[in-house]
Design a protein around this ligand. Structure first.
Ligand code: PAF
Length: 296
C-alpha cells in the first residue's frame, strides 16, 4: 500500500510515513479541527472500535495507528505470531467512523541507530511490570513517539490495560506532552471474557475455560466491597481459577486505582482487582473495579 493511499475497499486514508501523517493532521488542525489518536497494534475487535467511538465523542477527527511495536515484546514472546489482520482492520476503522489510519513500517519508528527510550517509574513496578520488565518502557517509548508524530488533542486507551493507561497518563503529564489521555471501559464477550487480540490464540476449549478470569475477579471485587479482607477474597478467586483449570496465574491482586499501591484491609479508596494468567498459549489480563469500604 503506498503512502496516503485511500483504498477503494476501505475508503479510509492510510498514511505510512511520519511526513504524510504530519501533513494530513497539520491540514486538519489549520482548518480548526481537534484531533484524537487511538493507538493500536491491529487485530482490531469491538474493544478497539469502542475506543474509536470514545475518540469521536471527544474530537472532530480521529486517527488510529496500527503498529506492532517490537520494543514491547521480549525475546521468546509472541511478536512473530501476534495476529495481523490489516485488511479487516481498515474496514473496521472505516465502519467505526475513523478518519485516517497511520500504519508506519518499523524503519519509520525505529530507524537505524535508534537508541533513545522512555524510562518509566514506580507505576511500572507491580503487576505486568514484574513479569514483563521490558514491556512498559517499550510501550511508553512508542506512545511518546506517536504523540509527537501526531500531536493529538486527546488519545484514547482501553481500561483492560489499566496499568498501561495510568503509565501513559503519567508520562504525558511528566513530559508535558500536552495531550489528554482518556480511558475507555472494557468491552466483554457475553460470558464476561474481556475482548483481546490475544483471544485469537485460544482453542474452543481454552476459550470456554478463559471466561473464569472475569468471574473470579468480579467475585473478589464484590467480596471486598461487602467487607471481606482483600487477601481472603483473592485466595478464594485463585481457588476458583485453579478449579476451572487455570493454574498458571501470573498475578491476582487488589490495588488502588490511582497509584497501584496494594489495597490494605479497610482502605476506603477506589481499587481494582487485577489478574494475569496463562490459558493455553495465551497470556490474558483483566481487571474489575472495586470500591473498598471505609474503616468504620
Ligand atoms: O495497547 C496496545 O495495543 C499497545 O500497547 C499500544 C498502546 C498500541 C502501544 O504499542
Amino acid at each position: 500500500m503506498s503512502t496516503q493511499q485511500k483504498t477503494a475497499e476501505t475508503a479510509i486514508p492510510v498514511d505510512q510515513t511520519k511526513a504524510a501523517i504530519r501533513t494530513r493532521l497539520a491540514d486538519l488542525r489549520s482548518a480548526g479541527a481537534s484531533i484524537a489518536l487511538v493507538p493500536t497494534m491491529g487485530a482490531l475487535h469491538e474493544g478497539h472500535l469502542s475506543l474509536v467511538s470514545v475518540a469521536l465523542a471527544n474530537a472532530d477527527r480521529v486517527v488510529a495507528s496500527i503498529f506492532v511495536n517490537p520494543k514491547q515484546f521480549a525475546p521468546g514472546e509472541d511478536l512473530d505470531r501476534y495476529p495481523r489482520t490489516l485488511h479487516a482492520d481498515l474496514q473496521r476503522l472505516a465502519e467505526a467512523g475513523a478518519h485516517a489510519a497511520f500504519i508506519p513500517a518499523t524503519e519509520q519508528m525505529y530507524p537505524d541507530g535508534f537508541q533513545t527510550s522512555v524510562e518509566v517509574g514506580e507505576l511500572a513496578a507491580p503487576l505486568c511490570g514484574r513479569s514483563r520488565p521490558h514491556f512498559f518502557g517499550g510501550v511508553a517509548t512508542v506512545v511518546a513517539k506517536l504523540f509527537t508524530q501526531t500531536r493529538p488533542d486527546v488519545a484514547v486507551f482501553g481500561e483492560k490495560d489499566y496499568q498501561q493507561l495510568l503509565i501513559i497518563r503519567r508520562m504525558a503529564r511528566d513530559l508535558d506532552l500536552d495531550v489528554e489521555v482518556i480511558g475507555a471501559p472494557i468491552i466483554r464477550h457475553e460470558d464476561g471474557l474481556a475482548m483481546s487480540s490475544r483471544n485469537a490464540y485460544l482453542s474452543a476449549e481454552e476459550r470456554a475455560r478463559a471466561s473464569v478470569l472475569s468471574r473470579a475477579i468480579r467475585q473478589a471485587a464484590e467480596a471486598i466491597e461487602a467487607g471481606a479482607k482483600p487477601a481472603a477474597a483473592l485466595e478464594d478467586a485463585k481457588g476458583m481459577l485453579r478449579a476451572a483449570g487455570v493454574a498458571d496465574i501470573d498475578y491476582l491482586e487488589a490495588r488502588r486505582s490511582d497509584d497501584l499501591a496494594a489495597l490494605a484491609d479497610g482502605d476506603g479508596v477506589e481499587a481494582r482487582v487485577f489478574v494475569a494468567a496463562h490459558v493455553g498459549g495465551a497470556r490474558l489480563i483483566d481487571n474489575w473495579p472495586v470500591r473498598a469500604r471505609s474503616k468504620s
